[in-house]
Ligand binder design. Structure first.
Ligand code: ADP
Ligand code: ASP
Ligand code: MG
Length: 419
């Protein structure tokens, strides 16, 4: 008998029939003799719909109210799931994040879990019942307010609960059969990875592979929680995310993409010490996280240079306004903003010891006629920015160039709208 945490994403509980289908899977696990704690996301695209609704009411909704609104999505799915399990003759109790003891800091919309005290969950499991927990939410005990953990946050709820409960495994059920060498929505010939190490998975997730939220992978690595990514629509093997096994680690694990970034270029910045420090202080003070940065050598004799960087498009207004306010002080000529960009990242543990990876990637993009706007690297990642319209073709070209295409059946996407 094991203690299993199972997380079901929104696409797995999109409607009443899906809730019943998931309930049957949970009951089967329970009847196999295991203790089961379930974390569930809001049904289908509920969270996006609530966000849209708030925008229709006011352009700038207060973040405290936004979090109260968004936590409603998971309350609906958790109670319906408990009812459906009850309907199958197995006792189940649902709990909000607060009731489950998920304590966070006060950062509305992107709160971090600082503690988990799941005494009610432990008691529920001890009573032989299934515990259902609303994902994506917690409570800040200082303000006594509910908080949300950022998009995709139910993954993190599940891993945090698995760590706190000492679960044997955390199973993340989604609408694909595991972690693939690329998003199966873009690359139907993507290959499923049987196993992937925490570090490489974290890099994939942070580069846009939204099958797992980056913070959930960080959490799993810190507490050594084995994460099993699977489909709730099939019984296939899935992907085990666990401590790296150097013998199993491929040179290239996969290609991730990200459409959520934008690019700012400051044109004609005086090329003197201190300008970059000032620019990025202003951006940081606006609460914006910068990703890639490129500064050209100044054209001979002009003493001026261009500075470009990428940032989440959602922070575009904040960063542009902050930089516009210091234009005279910094002395740049013009600010160009572009949110029609895409970022492609090639990720793999063996990259650092294999020369020629970048040349092969650039060659693949040039063969496909795709222009590269920016480049950045880490030990196990190589990222390039392209035009948004070129991104899908770029992902496919690079996937093929690194021999990642599978000759098996196509990767299946069972549900979800991809939103
Ligand atoms: P859930 O609603 O279950 O949380 P998500 O939509 O958050 O599901 O994540 C699953 C989706 O992640 C898949 O439908 C797929 O389009 C996308 N995805 C992106 N990159 C990958 C990858 N490398 N492997 C598998 N899925 C990926
Ligand atoms: N419902 C939340 C979201 O859509 C959390 C999650 O699905 O993990 O981001
Ligand atoms: Mg998700």
């Amino acid at each position: 008998m094991a203690l299993i945490v199972q997380k079901y994403g929104g696409s797995s509980v999109a409607d009443a029939a899906s809730v019943q289908r998931v309930a049957a899977r949970i009951v089967a696990t329970k009847q196999a003799g295991h203790d089961v704690c379930v974390v569930v996301s809001a049904m289908g695209d509920t969270t996006d719909e609530l966000l849209d609704l708030a925008q229709q009411v006011t352009a700038d909704p207060p973040s405290r109210e936004m979090d109260i609104l968004l936590t409603a999505g998971e309350r609906i799915s958790m109670s319906l799931l408990a009812m459906a399990i009850d309907g199958l003759g197995v006792e189940a109790r649902s709990f909000t994040g607060q009731q489950a003891g998920v304590i966070t800091d006060a950062a509305y919309g992107q709160a971090r879990i600082i503690d988990v005290s799941p005494s009610r969950i432990t008691a529920t499991l001890a009573d032989g019942q299934v515990a259902i927990v609303a994902g994506f939410q917690g409570v800040n005990t200082e303000a006594n307010d509910v908080t949300t953990l950022g998009r995709g946050g139910s993954d993190t709820t599940a891993v945090a609960l698995a760590a706190a409960l000492g679960a044997d495994v955390c199973e993340i059920y989604s609408d694909v059969d595991g972690v693939f060498t690329a998003d199966p929505r873009i690359v139907p010939s993507a290959r499923r990875l049987g196993q992937i190490g925490y570090d490489v998975m974290l890099e994939m997730a942070a580069s846009g592979a939204k099958v797992l939220m980056p913070r959930c992978v960080e959490y799993a690595r810190r507490f050594g929680v084995p994460v099993h990514v699977r489909s709730s629509f099939s019984d296939l093997d899935g992907t085990l995310v666990t401590k790296e096994d150097p013998m199993e680690e491929p040179i290239i694990a996969g290609v991730a993409h990200d459409r959520s970034q934008a690019k700012i270029t400051l044109v004609d910045v005086p090329d003197v010490p201190g300008k970059a420090a000032r620019i990025f202080k202003v951006v940081a003070d606006a609460g914006v996280n910068v990703d890639m940065i490129v500064q050209n050598v100044s054209a001979s004799g002009t003493g001026r240079t261009d500075v470009s960087f990428t940032l989440p498009a959602a922070d575009g207004d904040a960063a542009t306004a902050a930089l516009a306010a210091v234009r005279a002080e910094i002395g740049y000529a013009r600010l160009a903003y572009d949110d029609t960009i895409g970022k492609l990242s090639l990720v793999g543990a063996g990259m650092k010891s294999n020369p020629g990876v970048s040349a092969r990637l650039f060659h693949a993009l040039s063969d496909a006629g795709i222009n590269i706007e920016m480049i950045s690297t880490s030990e196990i990642r190589l990222s390039v920015v392209t035009g948004a319209g070129d991104l899908d073709a770029a992902v496919r070209a690079v996937h093929t160039a690194f021999d990642l295409d599978s000759d098996q059946d196509e990767a299946v996407v069972y549900g979800g709208t991809g939103r």
